[in-house]
Write a protein that binds this ligand. Structure first.
Ligand SMILES: [Fe+2]
Ligand SMILES: [Fe+2]
Length: 188
């Protein structure tokens, strides 16, 4: 899929704010691809498309889990984790996107996982640190990336914050998120 088509798909589907966030994730991803020698085309495409299913109807998303033969365990956790796997499936089966690395980066952008590809890592982090993000301590993560240049450490720190937040809100934690936390704790 070409960049132009991806932008058109996202612009037509998402509210303006989320569309602009998507473009900022792509831009931040490009800067990171430069820094870490990533594949700029893959990173840019995954950044543009990662939130494609963000505001889809939940009942429809539940159906799509079966339709696209996704892990049914996804249904037992916070619905926030659905939009990555569903966006990746829609891109693959409805829009002819074949690049596995781009698809994986879209699929796993919310939860992370162990042993991520470079494109996955970059999208996972870029989504968290794009310039308009204002979480507490987000600047610490930006420093780990742009000053320390430590990608795996940033992944660990982001996973740690996500897991803490989920625990504090009494939410269940999807196993892949825990795997990501443990794996990058040892890698960092
Ligand atoms: Fe997302
Ligand atoms: Fe996002």
């Amino acid at each position: 899929m070409k960049k132009k088509r991806a932008i058109k798909l996202v612009e037509e589907k998402l509210p303006k704010k989320r569309y602009e966030h998507s473009l900022r994730v792509a831009e931040t991803g490009l800067k990171m691809a430069e820094l870490f020698n990533g594949d700029k085309d893959k990173v840019e495409l995954a950044g543009i498309l990662h939130d494609y299913a963000k505001y889809d109807d939940l009942a429809m998303m539940y159906q799509q889990v079966t339709q696209y033969d996704l892990d049914h365990e996804l249904l037992a956790y916070n619905s926030e984790i659905l939009h990555g796997p569903i966006a990746a499936s829609m891109m693959k089966y409805e829009h002819g996107l074949e690049d596995e690395e781009v698809l994986q980066a879209i699929y796993n952008h919310t939860t992370g996982r162990k042993q991520m590809t470079l494109t996955e890592k970059i999208i996972f982090v870029a989504d968290y640190i794009e310039p308009e993000r204002k979480q507490p301590d987000v600047d610490d993560i930006r420093k780990i990336i742009f000053d320390e240049k430590k990608l795996d450490k940033a992944i660990y720190e982001i996973s740690k914050r996500t897991v803490s937040y989920l625990l504090e809100s009494d939410k269940c934690i999807y196993p892949r998120t825990i795997e990501c936390l443990n794996y990058y704790n040892l890698e960092k």
